[in-house]
Design a protein around this ligand. Sequence first.
Ligand code: TRP
Length: 364
Amino acid sequence: MGKVILTGDRPTGRLHVGHYVGSLRRRVELQNEGDYDRMFVFMADVQALTDNADNPEKIRQNIIEVALDYLAAGLDPEKCTLFIQSQIPELSELTTYLMNLITVSRVQRNPTVKTEIKMRNFEANIPLGFFCYPVSQAADITLFKANIVPAGEDQEPMLEVTRELVNRFNNTYGPVLVEPSIMLPPEGACRRLPGIDGKAKMSKSLGNCIYLSDTADEVWQKVRSMYTDPTHVNLNDPGHVEGNMVFTYLDAFSTPDDFAECWPEYSGLDELKEHYCKGGLGDMKCKKFLNRVLNRTLEPMRERRREFEKDIPEVYNILKKGTESAREVAARTIDEVRHAMRIDYFNDAALIAEQAERFASKQQ
Ligand code: TRP
Protein backbone atom coordinates (compact mmCIF):
# COMPACT_ATOMS: atom_id res chain seq x y z
CA MET A 1 0.00 0.00 0.00
CA GLY A 2 1.24 3.46 -0.85
CA LYS A 3 1.86 6.41 1.38
CA VAL A 4 -0.79 9.09 1.03
CA ILE A 5 -0.55 12.27 3.07
CA LEU A 6 -3.60 14.50 3.41
CA THR A 7 -4.51 17.46 5.53
CA GLY A 8 -6.57 20.63 5.36
CA ASP A 9 -7.65 23.86 6.99
CA ARG A 10 -10.93 25.69 7.37
CA PRO A 11 -10.61 28.85 5.30
CA THR A 12 -12.08 31.19 7.90
CA GLY A 13 -9.12 33.54 8.13
CA ARG A 14 -5.53 34.09 7.22
CA LEU A 15 -3.11 31.51 8.62
CA HIS A 16 -0.96 32.48 11.60
CA VAL A 17 2.32 31.29 13.06
CA GLY A 18 0.40 28.83 15.26
CA HIS A 19 -0.75 27.10 12.08
CA TYR A 20 2.79 27.24 10.80
CA VAL A 21 4.54 25.53 13.72
CA GLY A 22 1.58 23.25 14.37
CA SER A 23 1.27 21.86 10.89
CA LEU A 24 2.30 23.92 7.89
CA ARG A 25 6.04 23.78 8.53
CA ARG A 26 5.94 19.98 8.75
CA ARG A 27 3.84 19.76 5.57
CA VAL A 28 6.44 21.67 3.60
CA GLU A 29 9.20 19.43 4.99
CA LEU A 30 7.22 16.31 4.14
CA GLN A 31 6.58 17.62 0.67
CA ASN A 32 10.25 18.30 0.11
CA GLU A 33 11.44 15.01 1.61
CA GLY A 34 9.33 13.40 -1.11
CA ASP A 35 8.77 10.14 0.76
CA TYR A 36 5.15 9.61 -0.30
CA ASP A 37 3.11 8.53 -3.28
CA ARG A 38 0.66 11.37 -3.10
CA MET A 39 0.18 14.46 -0.99
CA PHE A 40 -3.03 16.49 -0.72
CA VAL A 41 -3.64 19.76 1.10
CA PHE A 42 -7.11 21.21 0.87
CA MET A 43 -9.32 24.04 2.01
CA ALA A 44 -12.18 22.65 4.07
CA ASP A 45 -14.75 25.23 3.02
CA VAL A 46 -17.67 22.81 3.50
CA GLN A 47 -16.55 22.26 7.08
CA ALA A 48 -16.07 26.01 7.55
CA LEU A 49 -19.68 26.51 6.46
CA THR A 50 -20.94 24.19 9.21
CA ASP A 51 -20.63 27.03 11.68
CA ASN A 52 -20.65 29.94 9.25
CA ALA A 53 -23.78 29.11 7.28
CA ASP A 54 -24.95 32.73 7.38
CA ASN A 55 -21.61 34.10 6.23
CA PRO A 56 -20.42 32.33 3.09
CA GLU A 57 -18.79 35.58 2.01
CA LYS A 58 -16.22 35.17 4.78
CA ILE A 59 -15.23 31.79 3.35
CA ARG A 60 -15.28 33.12 -0.20
CA GLN A 61 -12.84 35.90 0.73
CA ASN A 62 -10.51 33.66 2.69
CA ILE A 63 -9.97 30.93 0.09
CA ILE A 64 -7.45 33.13 -1.70
CA GLU A 65 -5.81 34.22 1.57
CA VAL A 66 -5.22 30.63 2.63
CA ALA A 67 -4.08 29.67 -0.87
CA LEU A 68 -1.50 32.47 -0.77
CA ASP A 69 -0.43 31.39 2.73
CA TYR A 70 0.08 27.82 1.45
CA LEU A 71 2.10 28.92 -1.54
CA ALA A 72 4.07 31.46 0.49
CA ALA A 73 4.93 28.83 3.09
CA GLY A 74 6.41 26.72 0.30
CA LEU A 75 3.74 24.24 -0.70
CA ASP A 76 4.46 23.48 -4.33
CA PRO A 77 1.54 22.56 -6.59
CA GLU A 78 3.89 20.38 -8.64
CA LYS A 79 4.48 18.13 -5.63
CA CYS A 80 1.37 18.57 -3.57
CA THR A 81 -2.22 18.63 -4.81
CA LEU A 82 -4.04 21.73 -3.53
CA PHE A 83 -7.81 21.62 -3.80
CA ILE A 84 -11.12 23.04 -2.53
CA GLN A 85 -13.39 20.66 -0.60
CA SER A 86 -16.76 21.92 -1.90
CA GLN A 87 -15.76 21.24 -5.49
CA ILE A 88 -15.53 17.47 -4.86
CA PRO A 89 -19.16 16.26 -4.76
CA GLU A 90 -17.98 12.69 -4.08
CA LEU A 91 -17.17 13.86 -0.55
CA SER A 92 -20.84 14.49 0.20
CA GLU A 93 -21.76 11.12 -1.19
CA LEU A 94 -19.27 9.23 0.95
CA THR A 95 -20.31 11.28 4.01
CA THR A 96 -23.90 10.13 3.49
CA TYR A 97 -22.92 6.46 3.44
CA LEU A 98 -20.61 6.80 6.45
CA MET A 99 -23.34 8.48 8.52
CA ASN A 100 -25.19 5.15 8.56
CA LEU A 101 -22.26 3.48 10.29
CA ILE A 102 -22.00 5.67 13.39
CA THR A 103 -24.37 6.65 16.19
CA VAL A 104 -25.37 10.06 17.47
CA SER A 105 -24.01 9.21 20.92
CA ARG A 106 -20.63 8.30 19.44
CA VAL A 107 -20.34 11.72 17.81
CA GLN A 108 -21.51 13.37 21.04
CA ARG A 109 -18.55 11.84 22.88
CA ASN A 110 -16.04 13.58 20.60
CA PRO A 111 -14.19 15.97 22.94
CA THR A 112 -13.23 18.43 20.18
CA VAL A 113 -16.85 18.70 19.04
CA LYS A 114 -17.93 19.12 22.69
CA THR A 115 -15.57 22.05 23.22
CA GLU A 116 -16.56 23.65 19.94
CA ILE A 117 -20.26 23.38 20.78
CA LYS A 118 -19.59 25.22 24.06
CA MET A 119 -17.40 27.84 22.39
CA ARG A 120 -20.09 28.61 19.84
CA ASN A 121 -22.99 28.56 22.32
CA PHE A 122 -24.59 25.82 20.25
CA GLU A 123 -25.65 23.78 23.34
CA ALA A 124 -29.38 24.22 22.80
CA ASN A 125 -29.34 24.45 19.01
CA ILE A 126 -26.63 22.44 17.33
CA PRO A 127 -26.83 22.73 13.56
CA LEU A 128 -27.06 19.18 12.24
CA GLY A 129 -24.39 19.83 9.64
CA PHE A 130 -22.00 21.02 12.33
CA PHE A 131 -22.75 18.00 14.47
CA CYS A 132 -21.96 15.70 11.54
CA TYR A 133 -18.69 17.32 10.55
CA PRO A 134 -16.53 14.59 12.12
CA VAL A 135 -18.18 12.16 9.70
CA SER A 136 -17.61 14.53 6.81
CA GLN A 137 -13.98 14.78 7.92
CA ALA A 138 -13.73 10.99 7.88
CA ALA A 139 -14.90 11.17 4.28
CA ASP A 140 -12.24 13.81 3.49
CA ILE A 141 -9.57 11.45 4.70
CA THR A 142 -10.86 8.13 3.38
CA LEU A 143 -12.01 9.27 -0.07
CA PHE A 144 -8.34 9.86 -0.87
CA LYS A 145 -7.20 6.73 1.01
CA ALA A 146 -4.92 8.88 3.11
CA ASN A 147 -2.93 6.98 5.72
CA ILE A 148 -1.02 9.90 7.19
CA VAL A 149 -2.76 13.05 8.43
CA PRO A 150 -0.41 15.76 9.72
CA ALA A 151 -2.43 17.82 12.21
CA GLY A 152 -2.60 19.19 15.72
CA GLU A 153 -3.60 17.06 18.69
CA ASP A 154 -7.14 18.51 18.68
CA GLN A 155 -7.69 16.49 15.50
CA GLU A 156 -6.96 13.13 17.15
CA PRO A 157 -10.65 12.54 18.07
CA MET A 158 -11.56 12.99 14.37
CA LEU A 159 -8.96 10.41 13.41
CA GLU A 160 -10.38 8.02 16.00
CA VAL A 161 -13.84 8.38 14.48
CA THR A 162 -12.32 7.89 11.04
CA ARG A 163 -10.59 4.65 12.01
CA GLU A 164 -13.81 3.31 13.53
CA LEU A 165 -15.71 4.18 10.36
CA VAL A 166 -13.08 2.53 8.19
CA ASN A 167 -13.42 -0.67 10.21
CA ARG A 168 -17.20 -0.55 10.16
CA PHE A 169 -17.24 0.08 6.43
CA ASN A 170 -14.67 -2.58 5.56
CA ASN A 171 -16.27 -5.21 7.81
CA THR A 172 -19.71 -4.48 6.47
CA TYR A 173 -19.03 -4.08 2.76
CA GLY A 174 -15.48 -5.21 2.01
CA PRO A 175 -11.96 -3.83 2.22
CA VAL A 176 -12.02 -0.50 0.39
CA LEU A 177 -11.11 2.23 2.88
CA VAL A 178 -7.74 2.76 4.54
CA GLU A 179 -7.07 3.42 8.25
CA PRO A 180 -5.25 6.69 8.81
CA SER A 181 -3.00 7.81 11.62
CA ILE A 182 -2.28 11.31 12.78
CA MET A 183 1.17 12.82 12.50
CA LEU A 184 1.59 15.22 15.39
CA PRO A 185 4.18 17.99 15.38
CA PRO A 186 7.17 16.67 17.34
CA GLU A 187 8.10 19.48 19.74
CA GLY A 188 5.77 19.95 22.71
CA ALA A 189 5.74 23.74 22.42
CA CYS A 190 4.38 23.52 18.90
CA ARG A 191 1.31 21.49 19.58
CA ARG A 192 -0.71 24.39 20.91
CA LEU A 193 1.05 27.69 20.42
CA PRO A 194 -0.52 30.29 22.73
CA GLY A 195 -1.34 33.78 21.51
CA ILE A 196 0.94 36.74 22.17
CA ASP A 197 -1.12 37.53 25.31
CA GLY A 198 -0.19 34.12 26.73
CA LYS A 199 -3.80 33.48 27.66
CA ALA A 200 -5.08 30.96 25.17
CA LYS A 201 -4.41 29.27 21.87
CA MET A 202 -3.71 31.70 19.07
CA SER A 203 -7.04 32.62 17.57
CA LYS A 204 -8.37 35.33 15.34
CA SER A 205 -11.34 36.15 17.55
CA LEU A 206 -9.03 36.84 20.51
CA GLY A 207 -6.83 39.17 18.44
CA ASN A 208 -3.67 37.50 19.73
CA CYS A 209 -2.23 36.20 16.45
CA ILE A 210 0.88 36.81 14.43
CA TYR A 211 -0.14 36.19 10.81
CA LEU A 212 2.12 34.72 8.17
CA SER A 213 1.18 37.70 6.02
CA ASP A 214 1.95 40.33 8.69
CA THR A 215 4.51 42.94 7.65
CA ALA A 216 7.85 43.13 9.49
CA ASP A 217 6.49 46.20 11.27
CA GLU A 218 3.33 44.44 12.42
CA VAL A 219 5.38 41.50 13.69
CA TRP A 220 7.64 43.78 15.71
CA GLN A 221 4.66 45.63 17.26
CA LYS A 222 3.23 42.28 18.34
CA VAL A 223 6.50 40.86 19.64
CA ARG A 224 7.09 44.08 21.60
CA SER A 225 3.71 43.74 23.30
CA MET A 226 4.18 40.06 24.15
CA TYR A 227 3.34 38.77 27.60
CA THR A 228 6.57 37.84 29.41
CA ASP A 229 7.19 37.49 33.14
CA PRO A 230 5.36 39.98 35.40
CA THR A 231 7.77 39.25 38.27
CA HIS A 232 10.77 40.21 36.15
CA VAL A 233 10.61 43.94 36.92
CA ASN A 234 14.22 45.00 37.30
CA LEU A 235 17.00 43.79 35.05
CA ASN A 236 18.64 41.79 37.82
CA ASP A 237 15.47 40.11 39.07
CA PRO A 238 15.44 36.40 38.35
CA GLY A 239 13.20 35.63 35.36
CA HIS A 240 10.83 32.81 34.56
CA VAL A 241 10.59 31.12 31.20
CA GLU A 242 7.48 29.02 31.83
CA GLY A 243 4.42 30.91 30.67
CA ASN A 244 6.70 33.55 29.19
CA MET A 245 5.62 33.92 25.59
CA VAL A 246 8.99 35.08 24.30
CA PHE A 247 10.52 31.78 25.42
CA THR A 248 7.51 29.73 24.38
CA TYR A 249 7.90 31.18 20.88
CA LEU A 250 11.67 30.66 20.92
CA ASP A 251 11.00 27.03 21.86
CA ALA A 252 8.78 26.71 18.81
CA PHE A 253 10.83 28.71 16.33
CA SER A 254 14.51 29.11 17.14
CA THR A 255 17.17 26.84 15.70
CA PRO A 256 20.89 26.47 16.53
CA ASP A 257 21.46 28.34 13.28
CA ASP A 258 19.56 31.37 14.57
CA PHE A 259 21.90 31.52 17.56
CA ALA A 260 25.03 31.03 15.47
CA GLU A 261 24.03 33.81 13.11
CA CYS A 262 22.12 36.27 15.27
CA TRP A 263 23.22 35.78 18.86
CA PRO A 264 26.49 33.83 19.00
CA GLU A 265 27.10 34.99 22.61
CA TYR A 266 24.83 32.10 23.56
CA SER A 267 25.48 28.51 22.57
CA GLY A 268 21.75 27.95 22.26
CA LEU A 269 18.34 28.31 23.84
CA ASP A 270 19.23 26.44 27.04
CA GLU A 271 22.04 28.84 27.83
CA LEU A 272 19.83 31.84 27.04
CA LYS A 273 17.13 30.55 29.37
CA GLU A 274 19.67 29.92 32.09
CA HIS A 275 20.86 33.52 31.92
CA TYR A 276 17.29 34.86 31.91
CA CYS A 277 16.35 32.79 34.96
CA LYS A 278 19.45 33.87 36.86
CA GLY A 279 18.68 37.53 36.19
CA GLY A 280 20.56 40.25 34.34
CA LEU A 281 19.03 39.66 30.92
CA GLY A 282 16.37 42.14 29.79
CA ASP A 283 13.09 41.32 28.04
CA MET A 284 13.78 43.78 25.23
CA LYS A 285 16.96 41.98 24.15
CA CYS A 286 15.11 38.69 24.05
CA LYS A 287 12.22 40.23 22.12
CA LYS A 288 14.60 41.68 19.55
CA PHE A 289 16.15 38.26 19.07
CA LEU A 290 12.74 36.59 18.78
CA ASN A 291 11.75 39.20 16.22
CA ARG A 292 14.83 38.35 14.12
CA VAL A 293 14.15 34.65 14.48
CA LEU A 294 10.53 35.09 13.33
CA ASN A 295 11.52 37.24 10.39
CA ARG A 296 14.11 34.74 9.22
CA THR A 297 11.15 32.43 8.62
CA LEU A 298 8.60 35.03 7.56
CA GLU A 299 10.65 37.16 5.16
CA PRO A 300 11.10 34.45 2.50
CA MET A 301 7.35 33.84 2.79
CA ARG A 302 6.58 37.52 2.25
CA GLU A 303 8.72 37.45 -0.89
CA ARG A 304 6.98 34.40 -2.32
CA ARG A 305 3.59 35.84 -1.41
CA ARG A 306 4.39 39.05 -3.28
CA GLU A 307 5.24 37.02 -6.39
CA PHE A 308 1.98 35.02 -6.32
CA GLU A 309 -0.05 38.16 -5.57
CA LYS A 310 1.05 39.53 -8.96
CA ASP A 311 -1.03 36.90 -10.73
CA ILE A 312 -4.13 36.08 -8.69
CA PRO A 313 -6.03 34.44 -11.59
CA GLU A 314 -3.13 31.98 -11.83
CA VAL A 315 -3.54 31.13 -8.13
CA TYR A 316 -7.19 30.23 -8.78
CA ASN A 317 -6.02 28.23 -11.76
CA ILE A 318 -3.61 26.27 -9.54
CA LEU A 319 -6.54 25.44 -7.23
CA LYS A 320 -8.72 24.45 -10.17
CA LYS A 321 -6.12 22.11 -11.59
CA GLY A 322 -5.49 20.58 -8.17
CA THR A 323 -9.20 20.10 -7.67
CA GLU A 324 -9.57 18.36 -11.04
CA SER A 325 -6.73 16.04 -10.21
CA ALA A 326 -8.13 15.28 -6.73
CA ARG A 327 -11.49 14.57 -8.29
CA GLU A 328 -10.03 11.81 -10.43
CA VAL A 329 -8.90 10.02 -7.27
CA ALA A 330 -12.25 10.72 -5.61
CA ALA A 331 -14.17 9.24 -8.52
CA ARG A 332 -12.10 6.05 -8.43
CA THR A 333 -12.72 5.52 -4.71
CA ILE A 334 -16.43 6.28 -5.03
CA ASP A 335 -16.67 3.62 -7.75
CA GLU A 336 -15.06 1.12 -5.39
CA VAL A 337 -17.35 2.21 -2.54
CA ARG A 338 -20.49 1.77 -4.63
CA HIS A 339 -19.24 -1.54 -5.90
CA ALA A 340 -18.52 -2.80 -2.37
CA MET A 341 -21.97 -1.64 -1.24
CA ARG A 342 -23.48 -3.32 -4.27
CA ILE A 343 -25.21 -0.12 -5.36
CA ASP A 344 -23.42 0.14 -8.69
CA TYR A 345 -26.56 -1.18 -10.39
CA PHE A 346 -25.78 -0.17 -13.94
CA ASN A 347 -22.36 -1.84 -13.89
CA ASP A 348 -23.69 -4.95 -12.18
CA ALA A 349 -24.25 -7.40 -15.05
CA ALA A 350 -24.92 -10.24 -12.59
CA LEU A 351 -27.71 -8.28 -10.94
CA ILE A 352 -29.34 -7.41 -14.24
CA ALA A 353 -29.11 -11.01 -15.49
CA GLU A 354 -30.41 -12.37 -12.19
CA GLN A 355 -33.41 -10.05 -12.20
CA ALA A 356 -34.09 -10.74 -15.87
CA GLU A 357 -34.17 -14.44 -15.16
CA ARG A 358 -36.36 -14.05 -12.08
CA PHE A 359 -38.96 -12.07 -13.98
CA ALA A 360 -38.71 -14.31 -17.06
CA SER A 361 -39.51 -17.38 -14.95
CA LYS A 362 -42.51 -15.52 -13.54
CA GLN A 363 -43.90 -15.11 -17.05
CA GLN A 364 -43.99 -18.83 -17.78
N1 TRP B 1 -10.83 20.01 11.15
C1 TRP B 1 -9.67 20.60 10.54
C2 TRP B 1 -9.44 21.96 11.22
O1 TRP B 1 -10.31 22.47 11.87
C3 TRP B 1 -9.81 20.82 9.06
C4 TRP B 1 -10.02 19.53 8.31
C5 TRP B 1 -11.12 19.16 7.61
C6 TRP B 1 -9.07 18.47 8.17
N2 TRP B 1 -10.96 17.95 7.03
C7 TRP B 1 -9.73 17.49 7.36
C8 TRP B 1 -7.79 18.23 8.65
C9 TRP B 1 -9.11 16.28 7.04
C10 TRP B 1 -7.16 17.02 8.32
C11 TRP B 1 -7.82 16.05 7.51
O2 TRP B 1 -8.38 22.51 11.07
